[in-house]
Design a binder for this molecule. Structure first.
Ligand SMILES: Cc1ncc(C[n+]2csc(CCOP(=O)(O)OP(=O)(O)O)c2C)c(N)n1
Ligand code: SF4
Length: 295
């Protein structure tokens, strides 16, 4: 448990900052995600010791050093299984997982699909800069067709993966897209995702000025529009699918594409409705009957 005499009520965004200032490049979209997350946690009045954040490996994963909360810096592509373990171990915690597009859609793709399907009650924020950035600019699953990278000097030749279509087809119960150039909107998306009962998938358009300068803030600003301002209602998976199909180089919808209330993973384990597993008294546990099954 974190005890910090500097943390006062009401909680302010600074209360979620660690003592380490981010080392990201100037202009990196991760700064905006950092700000939006801290704003959202303070808006939701969630004290740092009630929040657990799980990270993959990447510039996005380095985030773990810059927040004050319970943090777990996992392996590349493994932010989600760690987050699910934390949630099942102590479902009283608010759990948020974060990673890059390489982390979630290449090394961790299987985990991403399985976690979406499970509808475990946690939030997943993808720092989608369309590039492997920590390793200095290789093609990732979301790199645009034809974009020149270190691993595709003549231009990426594989069809880019569509994260929103993927989440919708895997049965996502909360599927959204944010933009690091609009912090108040991203804050509201994160707050809504965290408040949603079930798995919340938020793909954030994150400029990486160092290794993906083509997709700059201005490039995005010429394309981004807000779904809520367009009168869109996120209650139809087929309509959401249509929005998700729009090519990024034309128009980029931000907001909640689809949202539904349905049973969550935890509902299938009645024992979780009692005390969190971490608070159970293991001394009273008699495992002998379990071994009897193997006699
Ligand atoms: C299993 C495994 N494969 C490869 C790596 C090397 N590696 C570390 S970070 C990284 C790229 C991260 O890219 P992304 O997930 O898109 O995050 P970003 O740095 O762009 O935020 C890679 C390939 C690793 N650490 N572990
Ligand atoms: S390399 Fe890109 S993603 Fe990584 S810190 Fe720099 S700007 Fe951000």
């Amino acid at each position: 448990m974190i005890s910090n005499p500097n943390i006062v009520n009401p909680l302010k965004p600074e209360d979620y900052s660690s003592e380490v200032f981010p080392t990201w490049c100037p202009g990196c979209g991760n700064f905006a995600i950092w700000a939006a997350l801290k704003n959202a946690l303070s808006e939701l009045k969630l004290p740092p010791h009630r929040v657990a954040l799980s990270f993959g490996i990447g510039c996005s994963g380095n985030f773990n050093n810059f927040v004050r909360a319970n943090v777990f810096h996992s392996l590349h592509g493994r932010a989600l299984p760690a987050a699910m373990g934390i949630k099942l171990g102590n479902h009283e915690l608010t759990v948020i997982a974060m990673g890059g597009d390489g982390d979630g859609f290449a090394e961790g793709l299987g985990h991403t699909l399985e976690t979406i399907r499970s509808n475990v009650n946690l939030t997943y924020i993808v720092h989608d800069n369309h590039m492997y950035s920590l390793t200095t600019g290789q093609t990732s699953p979301t790199t645009a067709l034809g974009a020149k990278t270190k691993t595709a000097p003549l231009g990426a030749y594989e069809y880019p993966l569509n994260p929103l279509a993927l989440a919708l087809s895997a049965g996502g119960s909360f599927v959204a897209r944010g933009f690091a150039g609009d912090i108040p909107h991203l804050q509201s998306l994160i707050a809504e995702g965290v408040s949603h009962r079930g798995f919340s998938f938020i793909d954030v358009m994150q400029p990486c000025p160092t290794f993906n300068p083509e997709m700059s803030y201005d490039w995005y600003r010429g394309r981004v529009y807000r779904l809520d301002e367009a009168g869109y209602v996120p209650d139809n998976r087929f309509r959401a699918w249509e929005v998700a199909q729009a090519p990024l180089d034309k128009k980029i919808a931000i907001g909640v594409l689809y949202k539904e209330d349905r049973s969550i993973l935890e509902d299938n384990f009645p024992e979780l409705s009692k005390t969190p597993l971490v608070k159970r008294d293991l001394n009273k546990l008699d495992i002998r009957p379990l071994f009897d099954n193997f006699k």
